[in-house]
Design a protein around this ligand. Structure first.
Ligand SMILES: [Zn+2]
Length: 344
């Protein structure tokens, strides 16, 4: 028992200082109850929770849809450019604390447009915080504009892609009943503009949605994708093409894709040779940021420090940054690896 506890403590120390990359993070999902209440008051937005405790208590979910209802309500307090700046800088300061060296953030423009907020305010606030974090903390980042699959692709959002400041587009929100085909045209246009493409698929939806995200939307990464193991031919395709899966274990448990962490299939994904990564998705809502997700998952599945290194090397390979930046991130991992050989 004692040796297990020691091993777990050592693993946690190893992961905390490990240089990390995050590839699946919704900036609206980093809205902690404290900031939610403060912004609701500052902007005069009427929300059902009046205290931090009441907001925290509401962060309990049955499935993806019940989460999305709370999530969209939370996003409604974001009104001004400075709100987006403060939200993003708070997340980037977590990155600094957790040794996240590169992060790729999603944002949901359609939600904010529906709330009457101009895209220039949303993107201006987020990008200013990303620039400050790069300047002050040397954290590189990429911004990915997500289309919400339960809404129609909106032309003003497609035009926003042309404004610059965006590395790629994604597809998120309610998966069931909203297959990828609806977004074929907008993904085609994004590719012709040189933008990267990703999509949430195979979280609650079937493996067929992953196939279609690959074949119809021509995506370079699959967000979640945990249900791919139900289809051996799909696994072969993902392995052969080195398509990364941005897996979010705490999110999967919070939304009941798996009943508990010890039942998560991350270990099996790695064993199958898939380019799996660990990410926090909506950390304010799902009980932990990146370090907590990695530590919790590895310890629940009896995975090791070596697996943590593999996950981070996978994330660097799948990141949308320059080759030069990737080399630098890999060098950091090699150095960390070399100086922790006693643990591996
Ligand atoms: Zn997500």
């Amino acid at each position: 028992m004692e040796s297990t506890m020691n091993t777990k403590g050592m693993l946690a120390d190893f992961v905390e200082d490990l240089p990390k990359v995050e590839l699946h993070l919704h900036i609206e999902g980093t809205l902690e109850p404290e900031l939610l209440i403060a912004l609701a008051q500052r902007n005069g937005v009427d929300i059902p929770y009046k205290t931090i405790e009441a907001a925290r208590a509401a962060y309990q979910f049955e499935d993806l849809q019940s989460f999305l209802n709370v999530y969209y309500l939370g996003a409604s307090v974001l009104r001004e450019e400075r709100d987006f700046y403060e939200l993003t800088l708070a997340y980037m300061s977590r990155c600094k604390a957790q040794q996240i060296r590169h992060t790729e953030l999603f944002f949901d423009p359609q939600t904010h447009l529906a709330n009457g907020v101009a895209l220039a305010a949303v993107m201006g606030g987020i990008n200013a915080a990303l620039r400050d974090a790069e300047r002050d903390w040397h954290i590189s980042s990429a911004l990915i504009l997500c289309f919400e699959r339960d809404r129609d692709p909106e032309p003003s959002v497609a035009h926003a892609c042309a404004l610059g400041g965006i590395a790629g587009i994604g597809l998120d929100s309610a998966e069931l009943g909203n297959p990828p085909e609806k977004f074929q045209e907008v993904f085609k246009v994004a590719k012709s503009m040189g933008l990267h493409r990703v999509a949430h698929a195979g979280e609650e939806g079937p493996p067929a949605y992953i196939w279609r995200a690959l074949d119809v939307l021509d995506v370079e990464r699959i967000d979640h994708g945990v249900r791919c193991l139900e289809d051996p031919a799909l696994v072969r395709r993902l392995v052969d093409d080195r398509i990364a899966l941005t897996v979010c274990p705490f999110s999967n448990v919070a939304l009941k894709v798996f009943s508990r962490l010890s039942e998560h299939n991350l270990g099996r994904l790695l064993k199958a040779g898939l380019l799996a990564t660990i990410n926090s998705d909506d950390p304010a809502y799902f009980g932990g940021y990146l370090s907590e997700n990695i530590i919790g998952t590895l310890s629940s599945l009896d995975l090791t420090a070596k697996d943590a290194l593999l996950l981070e090397r996978n994330a660097v390979e799948a990141a949308f940054c320059t080759d030069q930046r990737k080399q630098s991130l890999l060098r950091d991992l090699d150095q960390y690896d070399a100086s922790h050989r006693n643990l591996l």
